[in-house]
Design a protein around this ligand. Sequence first.
Ligand SMILES: [Zn+2]
Length: 101
Amino acid sequence: MADIMVYCFIDGGWMGDVAVIAVCGKCGDVIGSHISSNENWAKHDITREYHHEQYRAHMTERHDGAGYTTEWVADVASHSALQELVQQQQAHSSETPPEGA
Ligand SMILES: [Zn+2]
């Protein structure tokens, strides 16, 4: 079985920091997130062992323990595989009310 890609990218900012998230390339779930002081730290933070534990747990629970490879996505808008996932997620999330509503 081919490794599942885990896409890591900046998803906005917060009080001068950046929010980085990791998305499962198979199901589109957000499986990790971190607030970092800048993009260089974000790249480092999202691949900390703490986050790898989350990725491994997700692969075990959802994808029969498949292997995975993390990929840093610097240009989200031009990343076709990631864009496809985002659109799938948006279509999916519009079916259910937002959390806490
Ligand atoms: Zn998944």
